[in-house]
Design a protein around this ligand. Sequence first.
Ligand code: ADP
Ligand code: MG
Length: 221
Amino acid sequence: MTITLALSKGRIFEETLPLLTETGIQTTEDPETSRKLILATRRPDVRVVLVRAADVPTYVQYGGADLGVAGLDVLLEHAAQWDGSGAPGLYQPLDLKLARCRMSVAVRDDFDYASAVRQGSRIRVATKYTQTARRHFADKGVHVDLIKLYGSMELAPLTGLADAIVDLVSTGGTLKANHLVEVERIMDVSARLVANQAALKLKREPLRGLIESFAAAVRQR
Ligand code: ADP
Ligand code: MG
């Protein structure tokens, strides 16, 4: 019975690597140099598939992978497609407490966000996280026009595309370098282990074992 774990290259893979080592499932090749999309691991019954960060929940929900690692940012944006009830078949067993950052609202340092909100102006907000942003501003009663972007959100307020952005912040260095300031913190974000609900029944023993060893590795850090 093979177990498939979906990971994305870059930050998620790098930060998950110590956990893979501790649970005995480190990949036999480096994803940054290999061209393969399916990597073998030290355990013959476990393989890793490399997908885009935003595709991890989709792979796990529909059974293309049994397990996956995705940021809470990506998971909430994905879950918003099923208003309120969450993505059916996608179970979130564990906070891995890595790839930690926060999702925030940021504006140009010369933009008076507080008075724009107070006056009830419509604010143009550029973001990759349109669902999460829509919910955040609706809860606050702030009127926004959302503009969907796929990257480099910091550029939007600098070019006049938008008044504000909703993006991930860790040190704040990127914002500062682009003359942006954080004006609202929406939520704390970390990477989560997700599992396919049907696989949890069909592959109960090996999946329980793997999830438990991830949990033990997280507790030890
Ligand atoms: P992509 O560019 O495809 O979104 P990233 O590797 O930049 O992939 O991001 C993957 C995940 O890593 C994000 O979904 C988020 O959970 C987390 N992440 C992104 N940026 C940061 C950051 N600055 N600090 C910590 N974690 C981050
Ligand atoms: Mg990125």
